[in-house]
Design a protein around this ligand. Structure first.
Ligand code: GTP
Ligand code: MG
Length: 315
């Protein structure tokens, strides 16, 4: 897919085009989906000019009113990426979806990072092998990306491990503002590098450790919200899936059942399209349960973590 240069829009001369470019807004899609105020802050282009350019961008993309039929067609372009486990794919309605953000939630050691690493390999496979035929961006906030594990999984799946590693663009985010900068840069980076999957592992770790205490909660949630919406815009602008991981926190109000709840509160809950809760099952298996989704049923399945990455449990 080719993305149009903003210079093709009416009202965008060379000076404006170059301001947009240096702010990382390099496609018509990015102009159409970024709030005008944000473009203004980044580019020092006048607000009224931006409103006009944004309108021209939306017009050229036909994104104002569309019929439900057109939406249906757009969603037919939705692609699915296999997780390596048939059962997990089925739970997710056929795999990890593009135009959507999927969140994996669970306590430490449950396998969130392992799923992310597996998807790094799967996303590169061609469509007939249920991949997305593209490259991967991995934003690692905890330093737990392990290239040796990618090597092992790629080998086990019959992919060239060096080529697989070469197609993963890794960024170590050192704090939440660095994480924001990295995500901002993706509007430019993704179309230029055939990126078909974005992973943020973990979405919330830095926010939790930097904004401690009630008095910082609303600022934290506002920043988190802003970032999550950028990720959602990326899913739509470039027809790709975003995967985020999230930790659990103790919920003192819970007397029965699982005493943990996802971190990030309502902001996380609303922004993520599909939420999948992971926990440990018997004999080293893992249980995945859809806990919130606009159309996936709330069901659960089991998978296991093996040398090949993620696999079905043989019942
Ligand atoms: P946090 O990031 O700490 O919150 O945990 P996480 O949910 O990301 O856990 P992670 O994905 O790192 O899972 C770690 C678990 O995966 C380990 O406890 C192992 O059970 C399993 N695992 C990791 N590597 C391998 C491997 O090479 N082979 C097998 N069979 N299992 C592995
Ligand atoms: Mg992890």
């Amino acid at each position: 897919m080719k993305y149009d240069d903003p210079a093709t829009l009416e009202g965008v001369g060379p000076a404006i085009a170059s301001k947009l470019r240096s702010a990382g807004i390099t496609t018509v899609e990015a102009i159409a989906v970024t709030p005008p105020r944000e473009i203004a802050e980044k580019t020092a282009i006048g607000f009224n000019t931006i409103i006009k350019i944004a309108a021209a961008a939306r017009k050229s993309l036909d994104v104002d009113f569309i019929t439900a039929e057109e939406l249906w067609k757009r969603r037919q372009n939705m692609l699915k990426c296999s997780t390596g486990s048939k059962n997990l794919d089925e739970l997710l309605g056929g795999g990890i979806e593009t135009q959507a953000m999927t969140e994996f939630i669970g306590e430490y050691g449950v396998g969130k990072t392992q799923i992310c690493l597996m998807l790094c390999v799967m996303a590169q496979l061609p469509a007939e092998k249920r991949g997305l035929n593209g490259n991967v961006v991995y934003i690692d906030t905890e330093g737990t990306f392990i290239p040796e594990r990618i090597f092992e999984i790629a080998n086990a799946l019959g992919s060239d491990p060096h080529k697989t590693l070469g197609n993963i663009f890794l960024a170590r985010a050192y704090n939440s503002s660095h994480q924001c900068l990295l995500i901002d840069s993706l509007f430019k980076f993704c179309p230029e590098n055939n990126v078909k999957l974005i992973i943020v592992d973990s979405m919330i770790g830095h926010f939790r450790s930097e904004y401690v205490g009630r008095e910082h909660l609303s600022e934290r949630q506002q920043k988190l919200n802003n970032l999550l919406h950028k990720l959602l815009r990326l899913t739509e602008a470039f027809n790709l899936p975003v995967i985020v991981t999230n930790q659990v926190q103790a919920n003192p109000a819970q007397f029965f059942g699982d005493p943990n709840k996802p971190a990030g509160g309502h902001i996380m809950a609303h922004a993520c399209t599909h939420r999948v809760y992971l926990r440990k099952g018997s004999k080293g298996t893992r249980i995945a349960k859809v806990i919130d989704s606009p159309y996936l049923p709330e069901s659960s399945t089991r998978f296991k973590i093996t040398e090949k990455g993620i696999e079905d449990v043989q019942e």
